[in-house]
Every structure is written in structure tokens, then in C-alpha cells.
Write a protein that binds this ligand. Structure first.
Ligand SMILES: Nc1ncnc2c1ncn2[C@@H]1O[C@H](COP(=O)(O)OP(=O)(O)OP(=O)(O)O)[C@@H](O)[C@H]1O
Length: 868
């Protein structure tokens, strides 16, 4: 006779079969609908094209969501006190009579599944977890939550359910409790990718995920408390709940590094959500990939709020007054611009409250008007009509001497030019900084070594002074156009299409390492570029060119997408993908808001999520709030992990200057990642930082204490291939020693073997990363070690694909590994970052095992570590 457990499993299997059958039906219906829309012959009007695209996009999105639900479609059920049962899954489904058969985990009714406890059962008598593989039920785990109702009493009791707080039946066979499901998920080997946690979300996490969407929510918690997981699930929740708004505006998720974004990039798609833009701080300024590096102190200074005033002053410094009257030869005349006339034009332009580049039109209109009057006066014969005056103004603008003189007074500028000049030209920085920076701080910011002589810098338009009257070549496109409208009132917008050619000259500095336009931007430069862009506005032609480039890119994506659709719907032979793309080439709505937003600095996102928010500098906050002017945000972080020197120690200090007290803080307290034994060691480091800091409680123990391995305890000869490697390539005097290499190779090999396909990180101070990585790649050919590559961004991206990665602490932020080999922890303490915080981060990356490799004495707070 089958056991109750077998009966229950068969019952659940039958239900799961029904769900998958329905999923297949709905998918087929949706696919048919999409096919119908795409094959329909519309009227060809722009409106019908838009309508068709909107329908096609909606069907395609729904299909993507249904596809994403295939794995673990249903993972739980709730038995209500009134005898009803509700199944919870990745998406909601109804049967053909429109009766709900599966509830989306984000629906209000699903709240009880995550929050019910024995003390507060939320109207439930039982919570059931289903373990599935593919479409098969492989396990059932029950949490009894109250007096069983008569209908389910038999099954529940016979299950011998081992529930949270209901351990009376512990030891029951294959039936597991929800807690056991959680522990099983946490103990699984790491894959280098984060997974969704909808089946095991905990009550404190669920509360944060479903918190109100408006306002700023800070999620504070120690390492491994699930802050990142919660932030991502909250994004999915918000998209579900407020889809109409957020599909239009998008969600921006900012994470610390490319490797981190790669680590988390599967979570939202697995939940069927794609309407998000991921970015690192280095990629937040469209068109710039800030891969440069610089000293920590320089980066910290660039993030200082004083830089906002410095950038603003630098912009104003480019709106110049001549020291004395300017004389400009023009034809047979000499034209004059008095200091007062320029000052008047400048005041007028500034009062227009437009960004620098468009206020320039006001400035030019004033001065060209003045110069035109001078020319008219010098023409014998008297008054001219408006057309003739306009022709003179036009001729003046075409004159290179006049053009150059005016450019010098108010040049068109790109953000790159403005910020580049600040760091390549000490005089520009000194002028803009005034008394705001000390000479030492200015030296820290300068691209030039401080010892270099101060070199007078040519101004953009002074770089190649042009004299005399030489007409610009007609090929200069809109140079034939005036930079403003000649008729309307002075401060109105010029008619479109009569913008000046952006005479943008690369700013070069004699003796500078490279022209400003070719600088390798660093992440800390990005907020400064954005600040500058805000004050400058886009140079007109640049904007035009960018629009053309974007349109071309869109067309290419359109063709690519059409090919995907043809593949997906099996329309080969019926529809030509390129023709399909052509048919779409009317107003395009297929491109999601998220895709547009990625390239548009002025895009206003509907919600902002920032991970590792403790690392965000004041200048970067300014940028982020510009991206999300509605200031609805979820910020997750841990102040004890802040690497920035001088960083704030409270959220009030961190956020107050920009958002006052308009934020609420929620705390997560349970560490799901780091076993208790490792956390005990990390706790000592935390206390050394500040005895008042609270250590999160680990949800599990590893059954094994972290260990220390002393350098010298592993002989060089004991590591196969090391002696030969060192004979060909002896260790550098200031690099890792032969004995250190031996110890690290030994520890990494042992941990990789124990991780059995999981991930191992060797964490070292930045300058040892490269030599250690090279040595391990040579010594452990059987173990893939993540390679370095020429492009640091992709090197980081690769790090999680290999079983062993060698990384600096900064690169491991937010990540986790089965095992960590921490190299010379004492060295981290003397780095310019906050050493104790870095050490705390490094120690808390492991889910299973930690080994510390050290020479000399361990710092006092690590002395509890056992020897190997
Ligand atoms: N409820 C849960 N069920 C299953 N796994 C969970 C749960 N909560 C957290 N985890 C797992 O715990 C690990 C740590 O989570 P996460 O990376 O979000 O923590 P964190 O607070 O962001 O850590 P850090 O501050 O160190 O970056 C992840 O593997 C995550 O999937």
C-alpha cells in the first residue's frame, strides 16, 4: 500500500502536470497572438504601425515571462483555515474558465506564504514547500501552522512534517521543512551566478520587498544578510505592481563592478523581468567607459561636494571678459568690442538661465548685433533694410576673425573638454578651485606630476588664432547658418536648424601626457562629467550626430530583433526578417524604455536601486538623483564595509546633504552566507573597527573552523612546477615571495578540490593580484584560473566563470565563493583604503571555508585562527 507521502507526492505531481499543461496552452495562445499581429497587413498609417508595435511588444514580453516560468513554475502551497488551498509560483495562471490556479509570488495573497508563523499564522494551517526538478515533484516539506483542518489533517500528520518551530516530528524521512529547504539552498556549491530566492524568502526580507514604493528606502544589514537578493526581488515586485509606470520609465540598478553585475544579471530575467538598466558608476555617463585608475585619495577628493562648485566655476571661467577693448579687423573696417559691451552680453546670456552652450546663442546675438551696427554705420549711404542687416550679420559670422574672437569669449564646450582641462591644466584648476582646494589637493587632482612647471594653457579658441578675413569653406555645413534667429526677441529660442557649428577644439596642454579629449576617464570622473554636462548642455552638433548614430544603431537592433522573432515563431520561409524590420521602421516602440534610458543622460528613471550604497560619494549621489528626479529609491549597503577613507559612519551623514531626512531605514539581521565559525573571526575585526557595530547572526555553521597557513610551512619543492617556474621567472623583489606562492598554490588547490566544482577566491592586496594570478595560472593548469585580460572590465567579468579567481578586495564586493584564501591580511591594513573594512569584506565572502595565508604575526584580532 502506498505511503501517505507517496499519495501526497502523486497528488502534487498531478496538480503540477495541470499547471504545466496550462502554461503550454497559454504560451501557444500568446505565440499565436504575436504571430497574428506580425503577419497582419495593417493600413500602413503611423497610428496603425504604432498600435501593431504596441501589441507585438506586449505579446512578446508576455511570452518571455511565460518562458522564464518554465523552471520551478510552482514551489509552494498554502492551506487556509477555511479549507482552501492556494498554490504559489513564479507567475500567476488561470484555467480556461479564468479561475486562478496559480498565484504569482508577488500577489498580495502570497504574503501569507512568506510571513505566516505559528504565533501569527495569517489564516493558514499549513505551508507546503515543493521541491521540483524540471516538471517533476521530487520532494515535499511542510510547516504546520496551526490546528490542522479536518480536510488536510491526515496528510499533514502523516507527513511527519518538520516545520519551523515544530521539531516534534524531526527525523521524518524525505519530507523536509521550509527551514531545511533554505539550508539546502544555502549549502549548494556556488556557480558564479546569483539565483532567485522566491521559494525560500524569509519574512524580514519579504517585508522589505513589499515596502511602499515611493520615497527612499535604505536596506541596511551586515554581509550575507541578503541585501542584494532583496533589492533585486524588490525590483521584480515593483515592476509587477506598477508595471504601467515602470515599463515606461524603467528601473536603474547600480552595482559596484562589472563582475558584480555579471554575478546578479540572471536573477531578474529568471523572474521574467527585463525592464531594468544595470550600470556601474563607471558607465553612468553615456559614451564614456571609465576604466582608468587613480590613487584612492584622488578618487575620494573628486567625490567631494566641493567639486560641484569647482565645476560650476570652471564653466563660468569660460565665459570671459577681455581685459581691454578688442579690435577685430574686418574687410576694410576695424570693429571694436568694448569690455562693457561684452559684459552686457555675458550678463544677458547668464540671465537666460540656459546651460552654457545654449546661452552662448544669446551672447552671440548680442555681440553680432553690436558688430552689425558698427558695420552699417561705416557703410556710406545710410540705413539698410532688415534683410540687408541680416546679410551683414551672416557675413560677420562667416568671418574667421570675428568667429574666433567670439569663440574665445564664450566657447562651445563638451563636458570632456571642461573636466579634462581641469586636470590637465593646473592654471585652469587653480582658477576654478579658488580657495576651495589646498595646493596639495590641487596637485593630487592634476594629471601632470606635481613637479612639472605650470604651463600657460592655450584656450580652446586661442589655440590657433585666426587673423584676417578668410571665408570658411562652404563644406562647413551649418557654418553658413547664423547661431541664432535674427528677428525674434533676444531671449527666445532660436529656430531649430540654425545652430552654429560646434567649433570644438581639443584642448591640448604643452607637456601634458595626452590631450584632454583622450584622457582615460576614471570612475570618479564620471559624476564630474555629468555635473559639467548639466551646466553645459549638449553641444548642438554633437547632439545631432549622436541622434544619427543612435538611429543607425536602432535600425541594426531592429533587424536583429526581427531575426529573433522569425526564429522564435518558426516563420522561416513565410517572412523575411529584414523585410519585417523594414515594416517596423515607423515610429519605434519595440525598443523598451530601459534600452532608451541606457543611452540618455536626461532619462528620468521611475525607480533607482543602488547596491553597496555606502561607497557612493556625494558627487555620485548628485548624478544618481538627476537620473531619478522623483527620488523613489531602494539603497542597500553596510556602513561597516565602506572602503572610502573618511566615509560617513551613518546613513544620515551619507544621505542627509542631498535628501535631508526623507528616507527610512530597514535592517536585515540574519547572515545567510557566512557560516558561524567564519563570522566569529569576522566579528573580531568588526569590533576592532567599532565595538558598537552589530554582527549579523549566521543562520548555519560549517562544522569546520577557518584555518591559518603560515608562509614557509609549505616547501617550494612541495608544489609541483613551482621551482621550475621560479627558475625561469624569479619573483620580483617587491612581489610575492617563492614561499608565499607555495603556500597560496597549496591552499588554492586544496580548497578547489574540496569545493568540487564550486568557486574559490584568492584575495590579495591590489599589487599582488597580478603576480599571484600569473603564478597560479601557470602552476594549476588542471584548474581553470580566471585569466587577466587587456581590458580590465572584461577580466573582472571573467572572474566568476573559472573555479579559481585571484582578486583584490574591491573586486569581491558583493560577491561570494565556496572558499576564500585570504593572502597576507596584515597587508590590507596598510592600504590607503579603510583596511579593517576591507578585511571584514574579504573574510565574509566565503559560504563554506576560509584559509588565511600569512607570514609574520597575525593581527591581534585574527589570532584565534587555527593552524593548518
Ligand atoms: N531567503 C533566502 N533564501 C535562499 N538564499 C538566500 C536567502 N537570503 C539570502 N540568500 C543567499 O545568501 C547569500 C547572500 O545574499 P546577498 O549577496 O544578497 O547578501 P548581501 O547582504 O548583499 O551581502 P554583502 O553585503 O556581503 O554584499 C546569497 O547567496 C543569497 O542568494
Amino acid at each position: 500500500m502506498p505511503s501517505t507521502q507517496d499519495v501526497e507526492r502523486a497528488r502534487e505531481q498531478a496538480y503540477l502536470d495541470t499547471l504545466y499543461t496550462r502554461l503550454d496552452e497559454v504560451r501557444e495562445i500568446t505565440r499565436e497572438q504575436l504571430r497574428g499581429v506580425l503577419l497582419a497587413v495593417g493600413t500602413g498609417t503611423p497610428q496603425s504601425i504604432v498600435e501593431r508595435d504596441v501589441f507585438a511588444a506586449a505579446h512578446a514580453d508576455r511570452l518571455a515571462r511565460l518562458d522564464a516560468a518554465e523552471g520551478r513554475l510552482c514551489f509552494g502551497a498554502m492551506d487556509h483555515a477555511d479549507g482552501r488551498r492556494t498554490y504559489i509560483g513564479r507567475i500567476g495562471l488561470s484555467d480556461s474558465e479564468q479561475e486562478p490556479i496559480l498565484v504569482d509570488w508577488r500577489a498580495p495573497v502570497a504574503t501569507a506564504f512568506y510571513r505566516a508563523t505559528l504565533a501569527d499564522p495569517h489564516g493558514l494551517v499549513r505551508r507546503r514547500h515543493l521541491r521540483t526538478r524540471g516538471r517533476e515533484v521530487t520532494g515535499i516539506a511542510d510547516d504546520p501552522l496551526g490546528l490542522p483542518d479536518p480536510a488536510s489533517a491526515g496528510a499533514s500528520a502523516a507527513d511527519g512534517a518538520e516545520g519551523a518551530g515544530a521539531n516534534a516530528n524531526a527525523g521524518a524521512t524525505a519530507v523536509q521543512s521550509g527551514d531545511a529547504m533554505l539550508l539546502e539552498a544555502l549549502a549548494a556549491p556556488r556557480t558564479g551566478r546569483m539565483h532567485d530566492i522566491i521559494a525560500t524568502l524569509q519574512a524580514e526580507q519579504d517585508r522589505i520587498i513589499r515596502a511602499r514604493a515611493n520615497g527612499i528606502l535604505v536596506v541596511d544589514g551586515g554581509p550575507g544578510t541578503g541585501k542584494t537578493a532583496v533589492a533585486l526581488h524588490r525590483a521584480a515586485y515593483l515592476l509587477y505592481n506598477d508595471r504601467a509606470r515602470l515599463d515606461q520609465s524603467g528601473v536603474l540598478i547600480v552595482g559596484p563592478s562589472p563582475v558584480f553585475l555579471r554575478y546578479i544579471d540572471q536573477v531578474l530575467p529568471s523572474l521574467g523581468e527585463t525592464g531594468v538598466v544595470f550600470a556601474t558608476p563607471a558607465r553612468l555617463f553615456p559614451g564614456v567607459d571609465a576604466t582608468g585608475t587613480e590613487p584612492v585619495e584622488a578618487a575620494a577628493l573628486k567625490g567631494d561636494p566641493r567639486m560641484a562648485d569647482i565645476v560650476a566655476t570652471a564653466v563660468r571661467d569660460h565665459q570671459r571678459l577681455p581685459r581691454r577693448e578688442l579690435t577685430i579687423p574686418y574687410d576694410d573696417h576695424v570693429l571694436r568690442l568694448s569690455r562693457d559691451a561684452v559684459a552686457r552680453a555675458r550678463t544677458r546670456a547668464r540671465r537666460s538661465r540656459r546651460p552654457h552652450n545654449s546661452a552662448r546663442r544669446v551672447f552671440l546675438r548680442e555681440l553680432l548685433g553690436d558688430l552689425t551696427t558698427q558695420v552699417v554705420r561705416q557703410i556710406p549711404g545710410g540705413l539698410l533694410d532688415a534683410d540687408e542687416r541680416r546679410q551683414i550679420t551672416r557675413d560677420l559670422w562667416l568671418d574667421e576673425g570675428v568667429h574666433a574672437a567670439l569663440d574665445r569669449l564664450w566657447p562651445l564646450l563638451t563636458p570632456q573638454q571642461l573636466v579634462g582641462a581641469l586636470f590637465t591644466d593646473p592654471a585652469v584648476l587653480a582658477r576654478a578651485a579658488g580657495g576651495r582646494l589646498t595646493p596639495a589637493e590641487r596637485d593630487l587632482l592634476a594629471d601632470l606630476p606635481p613637479a612639472n612647471p605650470r604651463i600657460p594653457t592655450p584656450r580652446p579658441a586661442e589655440a590657433a588664432p585666426r587673423r584676417g578675413r578668410r571665408r570658411t569653406s562652404p563644406s562647413r555645413g551649418d557654418a553658413l547658418q547664423l547661431p541664432f534667429d535674427t528677428d525674434p526677441a533676444p531671449d527666445t529660442d532660436p529656430a531649430p536648424g540654425i545652430h552654429p557649428a560646434p567649433d570644438i577644439h581639443p584642448i591640448t596642454v604643452a607637456g601634458a601626457r595626452r590631450p584632454a579629449g583622450e584622457r582615460r576617464w576614471t570612475p570618479a570622473d564620471v559624476p564630474l562629467l555629468d555635473e559639467a554636462a548639466e551646466l553645459l548642455g549638449d553641444p548642438d552638433e554633437e547632439a545631432g550626430l549622436e541622434a544619427a548614430r543612435r538611429a543607425e544603431r536602432e535600425r541594426a537592433e531592429e533587424r536583429e530583433y526581427a531575426r529573433g522573432v522569425v526564429d522564435m515563431l518558426g516563420l522561416h520561409g513565410q517572412v523575411d526578417a529584414d523585410a519585417l524590420a523594414e515594416r517596423w521602421s515607423g515610429p519605434r516602440v519595440r525598443r523598451s524604455a530601459a534600452e532608451h534610458a541606457r543611452e540618455d543622460r536626461s532619462w528620468a528613471f521611475g525607480h533607482l536601486i543602488v547596491d553597496e550604497a555606502q561607497e557612493i560619494s556625494p558627487m555620485l549621489w548628485r548624478l544618481l538623483w538627476r537620473r531619478c528626479p522623483g527620488r523613489t529609491a531602494t539603497l542597500v549597503g553596510d556602513l561597516a564595509q565602506t572602503a572610502r577613507p573618511g566615509a560617513p559612519t551613518s546613513w544620515e551623514q551619507l544621505l542627509g546633504p542631498v535628501v535631508d531626512d526623507r528616507f527610512t531605514v530597514e535592517r536585515l539581521t540574519v547572515n545567510y552566507r557566512t557560516p558561524q565559525e567564519i563570522m566569529d573571526v569576522a566579528a573580531e575585526v568588526l569590533r576592532a573597527q567599532d565595538p558598537a557595530l552589530v554582527v549579523p547572526v549566521s543562520v548555519r555553521s560549517a562544522g569546520r573552523r577557518p584555518a591559518a597557513l603560515r608562509v614557509g610551512d609549505v616547501a617550494v619543492e612541495a608544489v609541483p612546477g613551482l621551482a621550475r617556474l621560479l627558475a625561469g621567472d624569479p619573483p620580483a623583489a617587491d612581489g610575492p615571495s617563492a614561499e608565499l606562492l607555495a603556500a597560496v598554490a597549496h591552499a588554492a588547490t586544496a580548497e578547489a578540490a574540496a569545493a568540487a566544482g564550486g568557486r574559490v577566491a584568492v584575495i590579495a592586496r591590489p599589487r599582488d593580484v597580478q603576480p599571484l594570478r600569473a603564478a597560479l595560472m601557470a602552476l594549476l593548469p588542471d584548474l581553470a584560473v580566471a585569466p587577466d585580460s587587456i581590458d580590465p572590465a572584461s577580466a573582472a567579468g571573467n572572474a566568476l566563470d573559472a573555479p579559481v579567481a585571484v582578486l583584490g578586495v574591491a573586486e569581491t564586493k558583493g560577491l561570494e565563493f565556496d572558499a576564500v584564501v585570504l593572502v597576507e591580511p596584515a597587508d590590507l591594513l596598510v592600504e590607503p583604503t579603510r583596511g579593517l573594512a576591507d578585511l571584514y569584506v574579504a573574510l565574509t565572502r566565503a559560504t563554506r571555508s576560509l584559509r588565511v595565508v600569512h607570514s609574520g604575526e597575525l593581527p591581534p584580532f585574527l589570532r584565534s585562527l587555527d593552524g593548518d
